[in-house]
Ligand binder design. Structure first.
Ligand code: F6R
Length: 648
């Protein structure tokens, strides 16, 4: 997903922009660009602004756009203008083109990493985009839904477009509406466009000022005594400040090197509060691990502990933060869970767990389906939206749909202050910390922990479990981190096994019940980072078609932790083995009969069956990681994927 950074302050902007964009690389991108304001009082009065403005040969991707009169290159920072440099491909190309930012002097700028939606990845389609009369530069994350109609209209009015993007319409609209008052121009654009946007904007005649606005796409503001920032996500500016404000939906922000002002869409100034992000830079960096994914796999014990332990006291689950009384909880007659991807697999696990523990029926939907299916739900249904980023477009739309229909929505979210966190009626934060790797691991584990806590709290409120059962379950929940640590100690066995299968064409996962939910996650993890075709099946379904795919040497991973389903799964493993499959068994210590059928077995510590998914997922994550590593792939940034899917 696109990434935005902006800085205005008492340092050179371009190196800070490049640094911030690098921290946003995890979102996935195909091109990048920066725009830096040149000239004007703010720039010339700032530290380092007098640095020689040496320009190399102009290229299609590098141009200086000015406030009015045509100009080539601005020297010395006196004439207000905006210099834009863009590059297709990795950020290092942009770094090279700008001598790590040194060749684009100026203390106020915006930067962007693009993940193509409208128009192929190319220099001309990359951001920043600008208006033809060279007064405005814009970076954008999101989608302008009515861009074609606006583009047609503006073209008739004489504006000419050079890119295939929706964003360029915003640049021209701003130009059209701008008559010296940026807030007014932005507000008029907000009324004119439909869709989602986080925008960073420079006006050439206002050097030293950045304008930002957002609707349904994330954007934060950071402040420090060295200057002020905008960014799509916290890690981009964590090196400079932890004092941040998540810009409320439909608000406009004006930043100068010393001041930040917020405005609503009616152009009235409004007050906003800043909060301290307690993540440290270290937590957003690799810290000695080869990849963020491996680091995050290793952070799981801590992440689960951080999520679970503050919610348990003296054997009881405390759900007070939901703002729901015991009576409110007892009244919940049904739960509707919605999410995407891995978070959806958490919901699958939740279905088994909540139904067994609280005897409350749970429906699970993909957010992208839920939002359009006009759902029929009972009156006292609690809608639970699960999301790491809190910005996933489909999940957010599902939340809004549920609220529109009058249901109470609980968000299980990792990113504090994100859209889902703000719009849900109740929020249950997972304390996983920043997750950088595109493939989720630690956030997934904390989401599982969150649904366990919810199931126990609900079970108790409904009188389905007694105090003793609650104590037993919470005690085991508190032991899970240590059990995950034990699995991690055996990573070499998994690594060895993974190396044998890194050249597979297809890999299948089978399981039943809770183990089926884990199989789905194991399969997704593998396919998304190793590019090996993989599917997960509820093992009972094999005979209904899939078994015809089994042939000699194909790897089938069987997950079996539940006593009542163990023998059934073993039979399914025998069936695939007798058709030539190589079988990997994943089970709990003690289930040694697995070895009678599996070619290779991975054991996880024993736990209560309802929590087994938290343990079986760890070897499956490691399997995916080492298979992808064996293929020499970019584990943290798999092709075509982005960390935060903020468009539909
Ligand atoms: C897979 C993965 C994705 C996300 C999905 C939802 O490893 O990370 O499938 O789980 O895109 O994202 P969030 O949780 O941010 O809503």
């Amino acid at each position: 997903m696109c990434g935005i950074v902006g800085f205005t302050g008492r340092h050179q902007a371009a190196p800070i922009l490049l640094d911030g964009l690098e921290k946003l690389e995890y979102r996935g991108y195909d091109s990048a660009g920066i725009a830096v304001a040149q000239g004007g009082a703010a720039a010339s009065g700032a530290e380092g602004a007098g640095a020689a403005s040496v320009r190399g040969a102009q290229s299609v991707s590098r141009q200086t756009v000015g406030a009015g009169q045509p100009k080539g290159v601005s020297e010395g920072g006196t004439e207000p203008s905006i210099e834009i440099v863009k590059a297709k491909g990795r950020l290092k190309v942009l770094r090279e083109m700008t001598d790590d930012g040194r060749s684009v002097p100026g203390t106020c700028g915006i930067g962007h990493t693009r993940w193509a939606t409208h128009g192929e990845p190319s220099v001309v389609n990359s951001h920043p985009h600008y208006a033809k009369n060279k007064r405005v530069a814009v970076v954008h994350n999101g989608i302008i839904e009515n861009y074609q109609e606006i583009r047609d209209r503006l073209t008739k009015e004489g504006f000419s477009f050079i890119s295939a993007t929706d964003t360029e319409t915003v640049a021209h609209l701003l130009d059209k509406y701008y008559a010296g008052n940026p807030i007014e121009a932005i507000s008029r654009v907000m009324f004119r466009v439909r869709g989602s946007y986080a925008l960073g904007i420079l006006f050439a005649d206002r050097p030293g000022e950045i304008y930002a606005v957002r609707k349904d796409s994330p954007l934060i503001v950071g402040r420090s005594d060295q200057g002020n920032f905008i960014a799509s996500d916290v890690p981009a500016i964590l090196r400079y400040t932890r004092d941040v404000c998540f810009i409320p939906n439909l608000e406009i922000v004006k930043l100068t090197d010393r001041e930040i002002h917020f405005y609503n869409v009616d152009q009235e100034e409004v007050e906003e509060t800043f909060s301290q992000v307690n993540w440290d830079t270290e937590a957003a960096e690799k810290g000695g691990f080869a990849h963020f994914m491996l680091k995050e796999i290793y952070e799981q014990p801590k992440a689960v502990r951080d999520t679970v332990s503050p919610r348990i006291s003296e054997g009881h689950v405390n759900l007070e933060e939901l703002g729901m009384s015991q009576e409110d909880l007892a009244k919940v007659s049904r739960i509707q869970m919605v999410a995407c991807g891995s978070a959806y697999h958490v919901c699958m696990t939740a279905k088994y767990m909540v139904e067994q523990t609280a005897r409350v029926p749970v429906d699970v939907d993909l957010a992208s389906e839920f939002r359009y299916r006009n759902p029929v739900m009972e009156k006292d249904t609690l809608v639970v939206v699960v999301s790491q980023s809190g910005e996933t477009a489909d999940s957010l739309a599902a939340l809004r749909e549920a609220k529109k229909l009058g249901y109470r929505v609980l968000g299980i979210v990792n990113v504090v202050g994100s859209s889902i966190a703000r719009e849900a009626d109740s929020v249950f934060y997972t304390w996983a910390g920043p997750e950088i790797s595109v493939a989720t691991t630690k956030a997934y584990s904390t989401q599982l922990a969150a649904v366990y806590l919810l199931a126990i709290g609900l079970g108790r409120a409904k009188g389905m479990i007694d105090g003793a059962a609650e104590e037993e379950m919470t005690a085991e929940l508190l032991r899970l981190p240590e059990k995950i640590e034990r699995i991690l100690e055996e990573k070499e066995r998994i690594q060895w096994f993974a190396n044998k299968f890194s050249h597979s064409k297809d890999i299948f996962f089978i399981g039943r019940g809770l183990d089926y939910a884990s199989s789905l996650e194991g399969s997704l993890k593998l396919k998304e980072i190793s590019y090996i075709h993989s599917e997960a099946y509820a093992a009972g379904e094999l005979k209904h078609g899939t078994i015809s795919l089994i042939e000699d040497g194909i790897l089938v991973v069987g997950v079996a932790t539940q006593k009542s389903l163990f023998e059934k799964l073993i039979s399914n493993m025998v069936e695939v083995k007798s058709r030539g499959a190589y079988v990997l068994g994943v089970t709990s210590y003690g289930n040694y009969s697995m070895e009678d059928v599996a070619n290779y077995t991975i054991y996880v510590p024993k736990t209560m069956e309802c929590f087994a998914a938290s343990l079986t997922v760890v070897p499956l994550q490691l399997l995916a990681y080492y298979v992808a590593l064996g293929k020499g792939l970019d584990v943290d940034k798999p092709r075509n994927l982005a960390k935060s899917v903020t468009v539909e």
